[in-house]
Design a protein around this ligand. Structure first.
Ligand SMILES: Nc1ncnc2c1ncn2[C@@H]1O[C@H](COP(=O)(O)OP(=O)(O)OP(=O)(O)O)[C@@H](O)[C@H]1O
Ligand SMILES: [Mg+2]
Length: 332
């Protein structure tokens, strides 16, 4: 019996560091956007290069396993060197692989090029590859023995696997947490209906919440998203306060600490999966929110989406000493 089975993407992330890029801002009447730019026709020597595994499915499964839970991961890998690297890492981190390895040589493992900018924000060039073709009929139902499913984003044909697992969970009384990304939220609330009606905990960022509700107010969006099925809704907003509404309609506003960010990939994944780990271990929402912030801060302080995911004991120690502020009131 697993505590959690996660579904979502896997990638190899190549982090490219160069001081040879410029940032360019383009202003229009309604917005201002910043771009990373490189001179055309030139060859640029880069300063450094790092490879790490990434993707919402593996980030969350490894986060949960480090927290001491029994975890498996469902996703699709290419039958290639990068796929084997991901399998090795899952094994090393005590995560069982229950997914599919592609039988098509041309179907490659997902890959992302993460371009660092002078402001240490980043642009990601993302190749989804095998991630988009998971065939849910190939998932071994005998192995779906778990207390929770953690669903993150799956696109293309693999989206059907998320819908399938959400209804399987409902039929088998398995609890569901859902942490979508921007691209899936762009498709709108109706597209996610089958998943949301079987979701117990829904965690997303403020931009994703606005895409689903058409509104910008996180306070109102929590209530609107709760109407779609989830019993707990958490809206994160980078360094700005987190809004959470729980089972009993308590509203929490949580203030992340002011930290120096080294590299932002994986913050959202570690936040959502650590919240779940906290809840599984203690059933305490306030404590789980604190624990989630502590682990996301640890990830923000290092390069790579899984560095440095904390163990449960270390996260508990840091949370006990931290000055994270939480306001709580009941919504009538
Ligand atoms: N600059 C920051 N300073 C402090 N904490 C941060 C910062 N950025 C993120 N966090 C922490 O990580 C949590 C999740 O971050 P965010 O809202 O950016 O999620 P996300 O957009 O889903 O991220 P991702 O792109 O990794 O999926 C925040 O609620 C906060 O606790
Ligand atoms: Mg996210």
């Amino acid at each position: 019996m697993y505590d959690v089975i996660t579904l979502g993407s896997n990638t190899i992330d190549a982090f490219v560091y160069t001081d040879k890029n410029e940032s360019i801002s383009i202003k229009t009447m309604v917005s201002e956007e910043t771009y990373i730019s490189y001179p055309l026709g030139s060859k640029l020597l880069i300063n450094d290069l790092d490879f790490y595994t990434g993707g919402g499915g593996t980030n969350s499964s490894i986060c949960l396993a480090r927290m001491g839970l029994r975890v498996a991961y469902i996703g699709k890998l290419g039958n290639d060197g990068n796929g084997m690297m991901i399998l090795d890492e899952l094994k090393k981190e005590n995560v069982d692989f229950l997914g599919e390895i592609s039988s098509l040589p041309e179907e490659k493992t997902g890959y992302s090029v993460v371009l660092d900018s002078i402001e240490h924000n980043r642009t990601i060039l993302s190749f989804r590859g095998a991630n988009d073709t998971l065939d849910y009929s190939k998932i071994n139902r005998e192995k779906l023995k778990t207390k929770w499913f953690y669903l993150s984003t799956m696109m293309g044909k693999s989206f059907e696997a998320l819908e399938y697992i959400a209804s399987y969970a409902n039929e088998n009384k398995i609890r569901v947490i859902f942490n979508p990304n921007n691209s899936i939220c762009e498709k709108g609330a109706a597209y996610l209906e089958k998943i949301l009606k079987n979701t117990e905990i829904f965690i997303l960022n403020s931009e994703e919440a606005s895409l689903l509700t058409g509104k910008n107010d996180s306070g109102k969006n929590m209530a609107a998203l709760k109407e779609l099925g989830p019993k707990v809704v958490i809206i994160t907003d980078g360094k700005k306060p987190i809004n959470c509404i729980d089972y009993d309609n308590n509203h929490y506003v949580v203030h992340p600490l002011d930290i120096r960010v080294i590299e932002a990939t994986g913050a959202g994944d570690s936040f959502a999966s650590t919240f779940l780990a906290g809840l599984i271990k203690t059933k305490d929402i306030e404590f789980s929110l604190k624990l989630a912030i502590v682990n996301s801060h640890s990830v923000l302080k290092y390069k790579g989406a899984k560095n440095k995911l904390l163990t449960y004991d270390d996260a508990v120690k840091i949370a006990a000493e931290s000055k994270i502020r939480i306001e709580k009131h009941k919504i009538s």
